[in-house]
Design a protein around this ligand. Structure first.
Ligand SMILES: *Cc1c(COP(=O)(O)O)cnc(C)c1O
Length: 382
């Protein structure tokens, strides 16, 4: 059978399975060896070469989901992102990055790039002109993240890949928030897809991992650096991640559905000022999201009416947990002003559109009625 014609549920369930030749078991056996025979074998297998049987198998699943030739998995999302950027950016090169990136990516760039002699510019906005005005003679990479955190703004993927082609650049996207279920950027010509597999791919808040998907040629370039930096993922976690990914489409679809319904419910509540969700018709990027996304994701953010206290609201929630991470089957909520954007001044946050009342909501798979009941009783207490 041809895996190119498989739907995402079939890919999640089956692609890259390791056959249990010995006992015909239903799931992939784990091969935890860090030492393999080297005589008379073509491939020198070693965990840090990213080529143990379990690593190779899971990469097939991720590549099939992202519609690329190949993939690599890492010990964290940041290992995937840092390794990939360092593979394409050399001393004297320049990268244009979208403003409002994940905090860890931002820190990696501003804390490490000077040491390597790599130049960088952040855009002022999300439009073509914003990216174009930052491109220089020595620019090699365009880096975007869409939907963005926490306001769920959308970057036009076709525009980005067009700019990259026009200027001979490599385009990279952090596709974590959408997951490959909701967005396959390769369809729009993006070269390299990055993931924190800690989020939707893992989906149960119990795995830390990362992934990159791209052409065979690009993966080779990344692998050459990856084997030196050594950010490989343990085979035990690889196996858990394979197990988790079998239900990824089911989970993400349920999260999309819940998020859309909760976004609409929150929007009509008198104590809620504003809801940011790309699946709402009044979101500024709704048309673009509709064009390039298959679902609008389980992430949304919202603001309480001015003067209502977000911390008190979150403390009153029973079912929805206050938590830093996202994309698990359980619903979680946080205040960007107190966490991801805590180091900025109130003024700087305001400039980025992040008010003190804003909350980021990662919607889980619980029953909608129970989530609404929880939100309602906490809003009533304000
Ligand atoms: C969590 C996250 C990362 C970093 O992933 P880790 O697995 O924590 O290293 C990168 N990008 C986005 C969008 C994330 O949410």
């Amino acid at each position: 059978m041809n895996k190119d014609t498989f739907g995402a549920n079939t890919i999640c369930t089956h692609v890259g399975e390791v056959a249990d030749e010995q006992f015909k078991g239903a799931v992939s056996p784990i091969f935890p060896s860090s030492s393999y025979a080297y005589e008379n074998v073509d491939v020198k297998r070693y965990p840090r070469y990213f080529n143990t049987p379990n690593q190779e198998a899971l990469c097939k699943k991720i590549a099939a989901l992202e519609k690329t030739e190949e993939a690599l998995i890492f010990g964290s999302g940041m290992a995937a992102i840092s390794t990939t950027m360092l593979a394409f950016l050399h001393k004297g090169d320049h990268v244009v990055l979208q403003k409002t990136l994940y905090g860890g990516t931002y820190n990696f760039v501003v804390e490490e790039f000077d040491k390597f002699g790599i130049e960088y510019s952040f855009t002022e906005g999300f439009r073509k002109e914003d990216f174009e005005e930052k491109i220089q003679q020595n620019t090699k990479v365009l880096f975007v993240e869409t939907p963005s955190n926490p306001l769920m703004l959308i970057t036009d993927l076709k525009m980005i890949s067009g700019l990259a082609k026009e200027h001979g650049l490599v385009s990279m996207i952090d596709n974590t928030f959408a997951s490959p279920i909701n967005q396959t950027p390769a369809d729009f010509g993006i070269d390299i897809m990055l993931h924190s597999a800690t989020k939707y791919m893992g989906g149960h808040s119990d795995i830390c991992a990362g992934a990159v998907a791209a052409s065979e040629e690009h993966i080779k370039t990344i692998w050459n650096v990856a084997k030196n930096l050594g950010g490989s993922l343990s085979d035990y976690t690889v196996w858990l991640l394979e197990r988790s990914m079998k239900t990824m489409k089911l989970r993400v679809k349920a999260q999309n559905r819940n998020a859309k319904k909760l976004a609409k419910w929150l929007q009509q509540h008198p104590k809620v000022e504003k809801v940011y969700y790309p699946g709402l018709k009044d979101h500024p990027d709704y048309a673009l999201a509709k064009e390039q996304m298959k679902g609008y994701s389980g992430m949304l953010s919202f603001e309480l009416k001015e003067g209502l206290n977000a911390s008190n609201f979150m403390k009153s929630l029973h079912l929805i947990k206050e938590s830093m991470s996202l994309a698990g089957v359980e619903s979680t909520i946080l205040s960007p002003a107190k966490t991801s954007h805590a180091l900025l001044t109130v003024e700087e946050r305001k400039r980025q559109g992040i008010s003190e009342e804003l909350m980021r909501f990662s919607v889980g798979i619980e029953d909608k009625k129970d989530l609404i009941a929880d939100l309602e009783q906490a809003l009533d207490k304000l």
